[in-house]
Design a protein around this ligand. Structure first.
Ligand code: SAM
Ligand code: SF4
Length: 319
């Protein structure tokens, strides 16, 4: 049954403790409250992107000047994957800048990266922009477990953030990926000048997909100087917690990930988010072109919260 905006708004506006209690109740019905899934992410191809995503350091349309880096070689990627596994990551994400991977040779190299990373005993994830059906099937055959393709904000606010594509273009790739039997990882960014209504509409869009995403990353905007949203008002921490709680309630079986911007959240805010149902994080020191949490910080946090890290689910076929 489709979730209505009115229903989601009503839940979002529950008294804070009622919202947390409700979300936590949904969470413990579907997950171990003391388990957290850890991913690591590597930019395998960086910069020089012709898309105009307002938040992104890699767009040539923003005044950010990130040096263009061609596709990394397999050995470099595998070294990073080995390190990630040693640090407890169960999933390794490979990210490429750009609207899509148009070069056949590059695409084959990325499929090879997926095969070798999978062979290390890690879940594999890729985020490469738009995909064709043929590309999605090839990635599935290579052992890809997850494909990240964020919707980023509400349909109404989307044109303020990206003009070189539409949110429907993103949904089309999400459907192609799911049809190929790969788990979708799709969420968005908060703190770009959108309203709480936009944030709620983004979550409803995801929850009302034929199959909701297996993983929903909530990014807190990292304000990169030179981008079009670098002077936006930050989201209030309690609204951020409310977003996590609503994501949990609307998508009870999805992993809810606190993604970029986590290094600006107090440990206590992160604890509230996890009580509300956040159960996935990035452990890497860098998230593509921005800093993430400091090395060792998560071990301290997990000890304080009595959390353990989830093992790779290597049979993670599309749920
Ligand atoms: N190029 C791919 C694409 O556009 O789908 C991958 C982009 S990047 C790996 C994945 C996500 O990181 C983006 O979709 C966006 O949601 C998030 N992101 C990028 N820049 C960000 C920023 N400055 N602050 C917060 N999140 C950001
Ligand atoms: Fe390009 Fe992706 Fe950055 Fe958008 S988010 S500018 S598509 S690399």
């Amino acid at each position: 049954m489709k979730i209505t905006f009115e229903k989601a708004l009503d839940i979002f506006n529950y008294p804070f403790f009622k919202l947390l209690r409700t979300a936590h109740g949904v969470h413990v019905k579907n997950f171990d409250e003391q388990s957290v899934q850890i991913s690591d992410i590597l930019s395998v191809k960086t910069g020089g992107c012709f898309e105009d995503c307002a938040y992104c350091a890699q767009s040539i349309k923003n005044g950010t000047k990130i040096p263009k880096q061609p596709l990394l070689d397999l050995e470099t990627v595998l070294d990073a994957a080995h390190r990630a596994k040693k640090l407890g990551a169960s999933r390794f994400c490979m990210s490429a800048s750009g609207r899509c991977i148009s070069s056949e040779a590059e695409f084959e190299k990325i499929c090879e990266m997926v095969r070798f990373v999978k062979a290390l005993g890690l879940e594999t994830c890729a985020t490469l922009g738009f995909l064709t059906e043929i590309q999605a099937v090839k990635l599935k055959k290579s052992g890809l477990d997850y494909y990240n393709h964020n919707v980023d904000t509400s349909p109404e606010f989307y044109p303020n953030i990206v003009s070189t594509r539409t949110i429907d273009d993103r949904i089309k790739t999400i459907e192609i990926v799911q049809k190929a039997g790969i788990n979708i990882c799709s969420g968005g960014i908060v703190g770009m000048g959108e309203t709480n209504e936009d944030r709620i509409k983004m979550l409803i869009l995801l929850a009302n997909l034929k199959t909701p995403p297996r993983c929903v990353p909530i990014n807190k905007l990292v304000k990169i100087p030179g981008t079009r949203v670098d002077d936006s008002n930050s989201i209030d921490d309690f609204d951020f917690v409310r977003m996590i709680a609503l994501a949990r309630i609307l998508m009870p079986k999805s992993y809810v990930k606190i993604a970029a911007g986590r290094n600006t959240l107090f440990e206590s805010t992160q604890a509230l988010c996890m009580f509300a149902g956040a159960n996935a994080l990035f452990s890497s020191e860098k998230l593509l072109t921005v800093d993430n949490v400091k090395p060792g910080a998560d071990k301290i946090l997990f000890d304080k919260l009595n959390l353990h890290i989830e093992n790779p689910r290597l049979d993670s076929c599309c749920i």
